[in-house]
Design a protein. Structure first.
Lengths: 318, 318
């Protein structure tokens, strides 16, 4: 089968053997896959992953002894052992022996087929189309924020970074009664939020007054956390979504002096995402700027790094 | 009056005019003062403070229209405006116009007299002697941790750093039912905790297994937070007490990937501290390694930076 493989920091199209589902796994024929900031970070060396890239997808279960056969599904990306101390204490998504689809120790979804544990799959209701379903993984990560922090009425909230993830996070927060400002530098994504009546700001327009109750860093950049520290009020909360390659130079004194809470936030519940997509609460369609075939995966990855693009979807099969 | 003044990174004894209490303030004759890690950091340039150093003290109210006149007191170090948005929203210790005794914009207590707002003073019960009372401020900061985090029975807790603050924090945590390990490198302070039946460990002995529910960084060093990130379990909590000069090189990816909560923690409630001292719950006496007169303040500060010393007390007046 065809696949987009990352090796030594380069992405290339390769012909590889299709995966053979292991015990408990199902084989899925990929329909669409989404390119995400983490894919670009992996290409820059984040996490040291090599192999088939990609973790955002929607597909059809092709085989496997399961009542999911023939069904349209999305799948949680953490594949866990179910037996370690973390799995047995309710922290399965942090399993000590986990592999993560297209990120850590397991082939990804920029391929015609992918094998994942059957228990990771969620069937997609008919009311959600493929181009919505492919956003399930990042949207789940966005919803995780309002599971971690009780966002109350009139809370002053800032989202910094209005890229792929920031746009989803801003929309999720806009479903609450908070007073939201989305902060970014890309006129294209800011305009998209303006149209959704989310108040927006660029960094130079900001007053750095330590006045936000909650700041969510979706910048994907080492500059995000220091800026968040200037925006958050004393005893306020920063949700940190940024994972990027390498170390940052950071003076964390303000976290101590202002007694700030910093919450690391990674994955979320796919059911939250599917439920919001079914209710058409979140508009993901307007984020898609380009659809390209799997065979043009490397070019799509190069384009995805440019500010003019938001979400690029790889069309794989039906 | 005599005072220990810091100027251009050097501490020196100076003859200065005694403070004149402003409206709402009382003049306090200092009895004892304690040297703390923050004083040493200020000497290294932290916060850019210049003037009379010191913020840990016990004294006698010398004058002022107050029923505290003649009373033995300790005083909260944050002096606040009472009118800004933070003061009026219950965050007075973060007042936007605050000054902090001996740390920020206000003369400290390494002097014969200090003026502080009357409302900052707490009378000390007779059952607490001067050498106990002088620990009220750092002990309050230690108790703040168990106000910020619900420390539950059998929780696995690590304190890293067994210096002046770490010893207090370890003792405070030992009053709970948690499973506590104090981690340090100073054989003298580790031995002191061993005698109190706190389990201790040195860093080389540690398995870095991400297994602690709660890790408290009292190292006062840029190495503390990265070590804490290796000890804390996924979705666990790090309490950050360290303030030190300058920036650290830090890769905060593990905070996001492991969905860790980082809580900045600064000051605490003096009533918690006085109540514990009155009940003799915390042994502070064994931490005092030296008593020196105010006139030897600079020498005392130099000694306090050495590993053989724990708490050095400046004796000022009676």
């Amino acid at each position: 089968m065809q696949a987009v493989v990352v090796e030594s920091g380069r992405a290339m199209v390769r012909e590889v053997a299709p995966p053979v589902p292991q015990s408990g796994e199902v084989l899925i024929k990929v329909r669409l896959a989404g390119i995400c900031g983490t894919d670009l970070e992996i290409l820059r060396g984040y996490g040291g992953f090599e192999g088939i890239l990609g973790h955002e997808f929607v597909g059809t279960v092709a085989e496997g002894k399961t009542d999911l056969a023939g069904k349209r599904v999305v799948a949680e990306i953490n594949c866990v052992c179910g037996r370690c101390d973390l799995c047995t204490s309710g922290l399965a998504s942090h399993c000590r022996r986990r592999t993560v689809v297209g990120i850590n120790g397991r082939p990804g979804v920029f391929a015609e087929y992918v094998a994942v544990p059957a228990r990771n799959c969620l069937e997609i209701p008919e009311s959600i189309n493929d181009e919505e379903a492919v956003f399930a993984e990042p949207l789940a990560a966005a919803f995780q924020i309002i599971r971690q922090v009780k966002v109350e009425r009139r809370m002053k909230v800032a989202v910094i970074g209005t890229g792929r993830l920031g746009l989803l996070v801003a929309q999720v927060l806009a479903t609450t009664d908070c007073r939201l400002t989305a902060i970014g530098r890309n006129p294209k994504t800011l305009a998209l939020l303006d149209r959704k009546r989310v108040r927006t700001s660029t960094v130079p327009e900001l007053k750095l007054l330590n006045e936000y109750d909650l700041v969510v860093d979706c910048t994907g950049s080492p500059e995000g956390l220091p800026l968040a520290m200037k925006l958050v009020r004393p005893r306020g909360t920063i949700v940190l979504k940024t994972t990027c390659r390498g170390a940052g130079e950071i003076d964390w004194t303000p976290i101590v002096v202002n007694e700030v809470t910093v919450l690391g936030s990674r994955c979320g519940s796919f059911s939250d995402a599917l439920s919001a997509l079914a209710k058409k609460q979140i508009d993901v369609g307007s984020m898609i700027t380009r659809r390209m075939p799997l065979s043009e995966g490397p070019e799509a990855l190069a384009l995805a790094a440019k500010p003019d693009e938001i979400k690029i979807i790889l069309t794989v099969g039906k």
